[in-house]
Design a protein around this ligand. Sequence first.
Ligand code: MG
Length: 208
Amino acid sequence: MHDLAGMRIGYGFDSHAFKPGVPLVLGGMRIEHTEGLAGHSDGDVLLHAITDALLGAVSAGDIGTFFPPSDDRWKGAASSIFLETALEEIATAGYRIVNLDCVLILQRPKIVPIAGDMRARVAELLNVPAGDVGIKAKTPEGLNQDGVAVAHVTVLLEALAEPEEPKRMTATIEDDAEVEVVVRSLMGETHDLRRLGRKPAFDSDDLT
Ligand code: MG
């Protein structure tokens, strides 16, 4: 059962235009297609939206905060690097992924035949079971954006369990008299109630 008080939701969106002459990378997978997605990195619109959803869930800014397009280090970079950084951010904030749900909107290629592989790849990159990743694909009906790939992602996080305080198993004995009481107790000597200055409630001889 999840503790609702320790949960956070995140939402991410991204879009990239299709462009001839570059490989298509979606969900961390290289996909055979006539064109790829334009972008400073590998153009993986799905991983970018997941990264933003994760960062947003812990109020850690967005992908551009960590990887500004002006920085040449990220030119052509695999977008899994962005995802790793977002995972570090949520772990540092004290959270882990419960599940995420993704919507891809693009005219081509068809995602249905590869959705299972994509789900497994995204789950692998996030280190979660495939059952915690939803991937749905839509065509952009009526949107007039056939040359664009769009991704929307929601993610749910829960707080990591805090380590329990170790229980104290020791007792403190202050002086010699206390030590004697403890030792005699352990030896069974104090079972004689008269030695403690108390009278038994009845004399055992009366039990006839
Ligand atoms: Mg992007």
